[in-house]
Design a protein around this ligand. Structure first.
Ligand code: KIV
Length: 273
């Protein structure tokens, strides 16, 4: 990527500066064509490890690898000219040590050209976040519901209902802000806690299932486009219903191939005379 095109895109510093001024619009993207469509409308595009579930049909994000994130990060960067792009560090690629986190974050930034990385974790990740940011790796933190912890948390559910949970999420959010994260995803968290965190942090909170109190919002694009028939959690609003359109198109295609209606004359090459 040229220095010129890099300068035109929003940076992690511009996202951080939106705190208190403008709401941050973020969506996930995993491929070049979808990145091209979303880019003009978004401040931030997240190559989330949710791609394991959305694109690869995995049950959780635990099986996602660094190679997968690098490949999809490169694909997204080919489709972007405006938004800041962050790529997720997948499960197991950063929890072992701050040095492991730095090595793998640098790999993602060098191989994809993205602007920074996201990692899940609060107080326990603060030292790693400080290590990365001090060495030139912008970090998008992620607190509240952390999907990579599904096996120890015992499933996905909203958090902050008990005082103990609320205290933990507040402490996590303050710790990652203090450590130097440029923004923080707050996932699956009850409104009063999300509101409180947003008021306390110096950097933008980006909510997903964490109420309108956050400084910005993120959704998985395929969810908000209605590409799944069978998945509609409370926090998702469908801004389109694409799955019946795709089914209908496939059905019509199949009928036309079977009947010989497609391909027609206008789809057929003839020898030039
Ligand atoms: O992996 C992901 O897409 C995410 C967002 C849903 C925040 O972490």
């Amino acid at each position: 990527m040229s220095t010129h095109s890099k300068q035109k895109r929003l940076t992690t510093a511009s996202i951080r500066a939106m705190k208190g001024n403008e709401r941050v619009v973020c969506l996930t993207a995993y491929t070049t064509p979808i990145a091209r469509l979303l880019d003009p409308h978004c401040d931030l595009l997240l190559v989330g490890d949710s791609l394991g579930m959305v694109l690869y049909g995995m049950e959780t994000t635990v099986g996602v690898t660094l190679d997968m994130m690098a490949a999809h990060g490169r694909a997204v960067m080919r489709g972007v000219s405006h938004a800041c792009v962050i790529v997720d560090l997948p499960f197991g690629s950063y929890q072992e040590s701050k040095e492991q986190a730095f090595r793998n974050a640098v790999r993602l930034m060098q191989e994809t050209g993205c602007d920074g990385v996201k990692l899940e974790g609060g107080e326990e990740m603060a030292e790693t976040i400080a290590f990365l940011t001090a060495r030139g790796v912008p970090v998008f933190a992620h607190v509240g519901l952390m999907p990579q912890l599904v096996n120890t948390a015992g499933g996905f559910r909203s958090l902050g209902h008990s005082e103990e949970e609320a205290v933990k999420i507040r402490r996590d959010a303050l710790a990652v802000d203090e450590a130097g994260a440029f923004a923080v995803v707050v996932e699956g968290t009850v409104e009063p806690v999300a509101r409180d965190i947003t008021a306390s942090l110096r950097v933008p909170t980006i909510g997903i299932g964490a109420s309108p109190a956050c400084d910005g919002q993120v959704l998985v694009s395929d969810d908000m486009l209605g590409l799944f028939n069978d998945f509609k959690p409370r926090f998702v609003k469908r801004f389109a219903e694409l799955s019946p359109l795709v089914s209908q198109a496939a059905q019509t295609y199949a009928e036309e191939v079977r009947s010989g209606q497609f391909p027609a004359k206008e789809h057929t090459f003839q020898p030039k005379r």
